[in-house]
Ligand binder design. Structure first.
Ligand code: XMP
Length: 319
């Protein structure tokens, strides 16, 4: 019988048989797939697992702390948190081209992961959250964005001198099966049903050059939007929702004074496969609330716009 608990049990057994008493290393991003692998491997091999969580400084509000709370504090998983914000900001300084930004962010991730893996000299296995659609996707395309997405997301592009063997326990599973498995393994529902978040993170949601000031403004605005989506029971009705930072200034009035501040765009889409998408027809009252809250609560933002572009021609992310 192909039930989730069999998937969990069978997988736990398979992993144990495969890795024996060896040490395993996993890149934990906080996304669904790597989280489920972490939970599964923790059940299977406990302290033989070491996770590396790279805090790029391009994550959402409190995301790093939440990942640590869930896995390290709550579950007792061994997690090395690497605070790499300064390195990322430095590497991205002056860079405005989207693909260049993606390359830098992905490349730095691999460097940092490799450094950490090097310190764990007794690790024999690299665990990855590859799922069945990734397997199909990478078979079909040799280059382009699909490959980039996969390679960054699943740490697929590790240096060739790395001698680690691969363990990919989700390789045969579809996304909905991965989610069920995650719940079964005791991961919180909001983690398991979270919207997708791109590997380059806020790096592709801050248009043009990435600066800490912009990331901080964007994090606050994004958190307000997401919080209200949950509160209004809209989070699960849209496939993906987020804020985008536009590095242009616009005039506004505040009390007696004028302000000349930045612009935030709000995006929410409905889609089955993320290949095409329609913009979510969120209620006007809801959009009104989001706009008011962001402008009132995020000093430095004077205007909020709602993105009404479908995919195609617009992509879901702005970069
Ligand atoms: P687009 O913007 O191409 O996005 O319509 C489709 C889906 O892919 C996500 N996305 C990425 N994921 N690395 C990732 O891991 C990336 O570079 C990347 N770019 C886009 C996007 O969030 C959406 O879910």
């Amino acid at each position: 019988l192909w039930t989730t608990s069999h998937i969990a049990e069978d997988n736990i057994k398979a992993v144990r048989e495969k890795v024996g008493t060896d040490q395993v290393i996993l890149g934990l991003s906080g996304g669904v797939d790597s989280s489920v692998v972490a939970a599964l491997l923790h059940k299977a091999i406990d302290q033989q697992l070491t996770c590396v969580f790279v805090d790029t400084g391009l994550l959402r509000l409190h995301e790093g702390d939440q990942v640590m709370a869930t896995f390290a504090q709550h579950m007792g998983v061994k997690v090395i948190r690497v605070d790499a914000e300064q390195r990322y900001l430095h590497a991205l300084q002056g860079v405005t081209d989207p693909e260049q930004k993606r390359k830098i962010i992905g490349g730095l991730f691999i460097d940092i992961f490799d450094e950490e893996a090097g310190k764990l000299s007794n690790a024999k296995w690299l665990a990855q959250g590859t799922i069945y659609p990734d397997v199909i996707e990478s078979a079909g395309s040799k280059s382009g964005k699909a490959h980039l997405i996969k390679s960054h997301h699943n740490v697929g592009g590790l240096p060739e001198n790395m001698t680690l063997k691969l363990v990919e326990p989700l390789r045969d599973l579809f996304k909905d099966e991965v989610r069920k498995l995650g719940l079964e393994l005791g991961l919180p529902a909001d983690m398991v049903f979270r919207h997708p978040f791109p590997g380059p993170g806020l790096g592709v949601r801050i248009l043009g050059e990435v600066k800490k000031e912009f990331a901080d403004l964007l994090r606050k605005a994004d958190a307000i939007f997401i919080e209200e989506l949950y509160r209004h029971d809209l989070y699960d009705k849209v496939s993906q929702a987020f804020a985008v930072f536009l590095p242009v200034k616009s005039v506004g009035v505040m009390g007696d004074g004028r302000r000349y501040d930045y612009v935030i765009a709000i995006r929410a889409v409905e889609t089955i496969d993320f290949m095409t998408a329609r913009w979510a027809h969120l209620p006007y009252e809801f959009l009104d609330l989001i706009s008011r809250r962001i402008i009132n609560e995020v000093a430095g933002i004077s205007r909020v716009t709602y993105d009404i572009s479908g995919k195609p021609p617009a992509t879901i992310e702005w970069e």
